[in-house]
Design a protein. Structure first.
Length: 96
């Protein structure tokens, strides 16, 4: 195993000790909610500029926030599984 892989394994073991829930929630907050908030602000700004009707409606901003937040949650959950598989490939158990 090369030093970069050893470092990754060490960091992933630390992340595993914290737990999957911590990892997924951290990813959801950093990649879902925070990015969703930024996208929602831009969507609200664009809707206000380009809207012909009710410019006080937050529908596009809310939908953008919800979809980006869900994307962040799904991405964090899938990243956990991808990283677990990589860890198992690099660090096989001695019991088998």
């Amino acid at each position: 195993m090369v030093p970069a892989e050893q470092e990754w394994v060490r960091r992933w073991e630390d992340m595993r000790r914290r737990g999957r829930t911590h990892f997924v929630l951290r990813g959801f907050i950093l990649e879902g909610l925070s990015v969703g908030l930024v996208v929602a602000v831009f969507a609200a700004f664009a809707q206000r500029i380009y809207s012909k009707g009710d410019s006080q409606s937050w529908s596009w901003a809310f939908l953008a926030f919800v979809f980006v937040s869900l994307w962040g949650l799904i991405r964090a959950w899938s990243q956990w599984h991808v990283s677990e598989q990589r860890y198992r490939d690099l660090h096989p158990s001695n019991g088998s």
